[in-house]
Design a protein around this ligand. Structure first.
Ligand code: BG6
Length: 520
């Protein structure tokens, strides 16, 4: 298919704000569960990217907290992580200074006796480096420790210090169903006020996810057609080629619906579907997102399907089935694929199906949103076409490529030149992020960490939002738990998921768009 590239002129780029003056006050980041992968692969590289762009305060320290006695090895590991996963040059002149502000404190998360020592150590570091009383606590532990850590911080008066301010960032998963999410919210809010709490969904830190709002509301031409009068249906795909990557015990309890659909996919859906917020303030954006989720009626069990991958070939290499992964039950009933059809019952969207799917070990890694518009009311050209050059006239399709190949494409029909008849061929207008703005090594956590340090909750989940999305999926999870799937595994690794996923969308005459990526 023909594709025309959209380009950005140098004079347009000079208008792009460079960072800006959003530099937080001096403070300290305290990461619980710091010996885990997230800290090394994502958090520290992101913090160093902030340092490189001058967005970290001059006086800043990072304290890793976990069980093992790591001592100085921790800072050395973090340095290696920044270089390996942050695309940072070993000889970067800022690296040594940055690493000199990293330290480690061993602690058992559920041992109250360990917390007074932590408090003293944080005060000592703050005193020595002149950091004042600002603390950002980051919970990157296994979720079962969240409540104990929060309670212990509260018991030591660390949630409401006499000077400065404490905030807390809580990683996903936030609960595993409605009841547990409510209970966790209760425990969090018993210690921290809601304006101190930052429930993270790293998808909201991705540039292309934030760009959904810019695309919709910084341009005048899309909003008038962004509704049931013009849109036929919407597809949201979060496809990964990776398997569970040694996270068997976690994934066995999670599964695709809990791990990705309830949070990442639902966040994407809310940004596509929300009404224009009155401003880009936390309160306005969250209110509009909540309205979308609340307008979704309870999901019939027949509108959700699950799958699990068996052995197959991914990127040319043979891979094991899910049940043969490390620390996974050979009889596991956990889904590695889930697809759902949703309706949003409001004036904008009534009658427009939204299809969501998420899967591991799929044929291609791609997170995309595609908005398929209705066919023109009258196809005056197909009678005249030779049918030789192109197939049938395809409806307009707007594709938001979240990752990889970040960009936006619009498909429309164009006349094939020189043929004597009116042959219409689909072509693309394609905007490519990297070509326009350069390739970025940011991982999404830069923006979220910075916002948390600045106290801006716009890109974080609110307690009501988390509970509303859990309320939608909990009945499905319960029904699934009560009935083991009969035909697992039901898709081969490296395929596009199980047949039941295709049937779900075919019921209404649609098909998943599997040619994801640059070519639409
Ligand atoms: C995480 C899930 O939240 O998101 C993982 O727990 C998943 O299972 C990951 O692989 C996907 O994130 P990304 O940024 O690679 O799309």
């Amino acid at each position: 298919m023909a594709t025309m590239q959209m380009s950005v002129r140098p004079e347009d780029l000079s208008q792009v704000p460079k960072g800006n003056e959003r530099i937080p006050e001096a403070g300290m980041l305290v990461v619980f569960g710091a010996s885990g992968d997230l800290t090394k692969r994502k958090l520290l590289p992101a913090l160093f990217h902030l340092e490189q762009t001058g967005l970290l305060p001059e006086k800043f320290a990072i304290v890793g907290v976990a069980r093992r006695p790591l001592g100085d090895k921790f800072a050395a590991d973090m340095r290696a992580g920044i270089v390996e996963f942050g695309g940072v040059d070993e000889s970067d002149p800022k690296l040594d200074h940055f690493v000199s502000n990293i330290s480690y404190f061993p602690l058992k998360f559920d041992a109250p006796a360990d917390y007074p020592g932590l408090k003293v150590e944080l005060e000592r570091i703050a005193q020595e480096k002149g950091l004042g009383g600002k603390r950002l606590f980051y919970l990157a532990t296994a979720p079962e420790f969240f409540a104990a850590i929060i309670e212990n911080l509260g018991a030591q008066g660390m949630a409401h210090p006499e000077q400065g301010k404490a905030t807390i960032v809580i990683e996903k998963p936030f609960g595993h169903d409605l009841k547990s999410a409510r209970e966790l919210n209760r425990q969090v809010n018993a210690v921290f006020d809601e304006d101190q709490v930052f429930r993270i969904d790293h998808y909201l830190g991705k540039e292309t996810v934030q760009n959904i709002l810019v695309f919709r509301f910084a341009n005048g031409i899309f909003e008038p057609i962004w509704n049931r009068n013009y849109v036929d249906h919407v597809q949201i795909t979060v496809a990964e080629t990776l398997g569970v990557e040694g996270r068997g015990p976690f994934y066995e309890k999670a599964g695709a619906l809990r791990d990705v659909v309830q949070n990442h996919a639902m966040e994407l859906l809310s940004l596509v579907a929300l009404e224009p917020p009155s401003s880009f303030e936390a309160e306005s954006v969250r209110r509009e997102k909540l309205k979308v989720w609340r307008a979704i009626p309870s999901i019939p069990i027949l509108d959700v399907v699950r799958g699990q991958y068996g052995p197959g070939v991914v990127d040319g290499l043979p891979v094991a089935g899910y049940r043969d992964e490390e620390r996974v039950s050979p009889k596991s009933g956990t889904e590695t694929y889930a697809a759902v059809k949703l309706e949003i019952e409001n004036w904008r969207w009534a009658g427009v199906p939204f299809y969501l799917r998420a899967g591991k070990r799929m044929q291609k890694r791609a997170t995309e949103i595609s908005i398929q518009f209705k066919q023109p009311p009258l196809l005056i050209f197909d009678r005249l076409a030779s049918q030789a050059a192109c197939q049938v006239i395809k409806p307009n399709l707007l594709t938001l490529r979240i990752q990889p190949d970040e960009g936006i494409a619009l498909r429309f029909g164009a006349k094939v030149p020189t043929t004597p008849v009116m042959d219409v061929c689909p072509v693309n207008m394609d905007f490519d992020y990297a070509a326009a703005f350069g390739k970025s090594s940011a991982n999404g956590y830069e923006r979220l960490l910075l916002d948390a340090m600045l106290g801006d909750q716009t890109l974080f989940a609110h307690r009501d939002g988390v509970e509303t999305t859990w309320a939608l999926y909990t009945p499905i999870l319960e029904a699934w738990a009560a009935k083991q799937p009969e035909k697992f595994p039901n898709y081969a690794a490296g395929s596009w998921g199980p047949e039941c996923g295709d049937h779900l969308i075919a019921r209404e005459g649609h098909a998943w768009r599997n040619d994801l990526g640059r070519e639409v």
